[in-house]
Design a protein around this ligand. Structure first.
Ligand SMILES: Nc1ncnc2c1ncn2[C@@H]1O[C@H](COP(=O)(O)OP(=O)(O)OP(=O)(O)O)[C@@H](O)[C@H]1O
Ligand SMILES: O=C(O)C1=C[C@@H](O)[C@@H](O)[C@H](O)C1
Ligand SMILES: [Mg+2]
Length: 159
């Protein structure tokens, strides 16, 4: 959450002229509901199932770029699918940078929407340590705060 997947995914897809899918946005359009409303009305399990189904569906295409959701890779079959279909990148800025971004857009993220601002950094740290075994299976890791499109294109050229 707040790592910059949606922010950079769109720019990278434009750069490489690839069809772009922000998985969260695809879910929102398909359900005609915000993510917060899906969590509240249909539950997280429903969201996770939908997320996995749509990932599988979108991955049938030839060339594409997906910005997944923060929880998408945390199901082994999802990270296996992503690694099998292409290049995966773990965007891993510092916790402080992510917390600062998320506090501004908390309402969009049901996992933190009702959390006091001062608790967000601890929550991210906890989530990251739970999720690192999955995120760490990505083929490339970008763990700097100041990055540009060149940061990606240089890494991808070597991939
Ligand atoms: N390098 C950056 N410079 C400035 N703003 C940024 C940068 N990266 C991300 N942001 C902003 O930070 C916020 C969070 O980024 P973004 O939505 O891309 O995260 P995400 O990884 O897609 O999170 P989620 O897992 O919740 O979908 C957005 O408002 C985005 O515009
Ligand atoms: O980190 C997460 O579990 C989430 C991140 C967002 O991308 C959304 O998929 C949703 O808010 C859940
Ligand atoms: Mg996103």
């Amino acid at each position: 959450m707040g790592a910059g997947k949606s922010f950079w995914g769109k720019q990278l897809a434009d750069h490489y002229q690839l069809p772009f899918y922000d998985l969260d946005e695809v879910i929102v359009q398909d359900e005609a509901m915000t993510i917060s409303d899906i969590f509240a009305n249909k539950g997280e399990d429903y969201f996770r199932q939908k997320e996995s189904n749509l990932l599988r569906e979108l991955s049938k295409q030839d060339k594409f770029l997906i910005s997944c959701g923060g929880g998408t890779p945390c199901l082994q079959e999802n990270i296996d699918l992503m690694n099998g279909r292409g290049v995966t990148i773990w965007l891993h800025p510092s916790i402080d940078v992510m917390a600062e971004r998320l506090v501004r857009k908390k309402y969009k993220r049901p996992l933190i929407a009702d959390m006091p601002d001062e608790d967000v950094a601890d929550f991210i740290e906890r989530k990251l340590s739970e999720r690192a075994p999955f995120y760490g299976q990505a083929q490339l890791i970008i763990n700097q705060d100041d990055i540009s499109l060149d940061t990606f294109t240089e890494k991808l050229a070597d991939a």
